[in-house]
Design a protein around this ligand. Structure first.
Ligand SMILES: C[S@@+](CC[C@H](N)C(=O)[O-])C[C@H]1O[C@@H](n2cnc3c(N)ncnc32)[C@H](O)[C@@H]1O
Length: 270
């Protein structure tokens, strides 16, 4: 059993991804995509960024460890008639099925950060990018006061300690760690640029209903609730998350939710 794969196949991330579509599309619109550009979307989920890139004419391969999300991505591409976008199963820590230097652009938006063995992930991303190409990552930031970092922080307080040797995905949100990992893959620090960017989670449902979607469909939150339940603490976790979502909600639509979340954007010139 691969626990990383099991975590993401649990539940149904498409329910959360549905609230991230507009931000995914806006991010892709700023990447300078031209027809025929060969793009890899790593940890692509059901295609929040892969589909908009294909609509702009890129030749897109989405790779994800979760088979249910690969199926959902292929279904979405097919429904849109996007023959230049396909999805397949794979692990960002070992992309041996992909040839060296085969992509102009590798993107990974809150995707590869969740793979084990971050040094292998950086090496693989660099290996499959052609010289002169780019890698663009979006990574949540540890300790950030906005939504996702806070969900993960609150959830971890209810969860058992991680196994020995576990490297937190959030370390991809620390600039020095990113420089160290790409440095080990042969990329000098001067070729790595950082900026802060924002994703907005938008749902027609209330903040409390949105928390319920995380509880019922988002693997990491499902696990936190399962652990909290064992200690009779699931109501406390629910309350803390509802308070967070209410506090962060900026929606002016009655009963709706719109929550901005800050992330670290990493651009690597290969
Ligand atoms: C938070 S979701 C983001 C999905 C997508 N990039 C998006 O913006 O909607 C994290 C994704 O990373 C994928 N993932 C986690 N570990 C992975 C690994 N080792 N290799 C490839 N994908 C992985 C998950 O299956 C999931 O689809």
């Amino acid at each position: 059993m691969n626990p990383n794969k099991a975590l993401w196949e649990k539940g149904d991330f498409t329910r959360i991804a549905a609230t991230m579509r507009a931000s995914g599309e806006a991010l892709v619109a700023g990447l300078g995509i031209t027809a025929g550009l060969k793009m890899l979307d790593l940890g692509c989920g059901d295609g929040t960024t892969a589909l908009p890139a294909a609509r702009l004419g890129a030749d897109v391969l989405g790779v994800d460890v979760a088979s249910n999300l690969v199926d959902a991505g292929n279904r979405r591409a097919q429904e849109e008639g996007l023959t230049n976008c396909r999805f397949q199963e794979g692990d960002a820590s070992n992309l041996s099925e992909l040839a060296d230097r085969s992509f102009d652009l590798v993107i990974s938006i809150f995707g590869a950060m969740f793979a084990p063995r971050p040094f292998d992930v950086a090496r693989e991303m660099v290996r499959v990018t052609r010289p002169g190409g780019r890698i663009v990552m979006g990574n949540w930031i540890p300790g950030d006061p906005t939504l996702v970092a806070q969900i993960l922080k609150i959830s971890s307080a209810y969860s058992p300690p991680p196994p020995e040797g576990f490297v937190s995905p959030m370390t991809w949100g620390i600039e020095t760690s990113v420089v160290e990992r790409f440095g080990a893959a042969g990329i000098p620090a001067g070729k790595i640029a950082f900026s802060r960017d924002t994703y907005i989670f938008r749902s027609p449902a209330s903040p409390a209903a949105f928390v319920a979607d995380f509880r019922d469909y988002y693997g990491p939150t499902m696990n936190a609730f399962a652990a909290a339940d064992q200690n009779g603490k699931s109501a406390n976790l629910q309350q803390e998350l509802e308070a967070l979502f209410e506090r962060e909600n900026t929606s002016r639509i009655e009963g709706g939710t719109s929550i901005p979340a800050t992330f670290l954007r990493v651009t690597v010139s290969v």
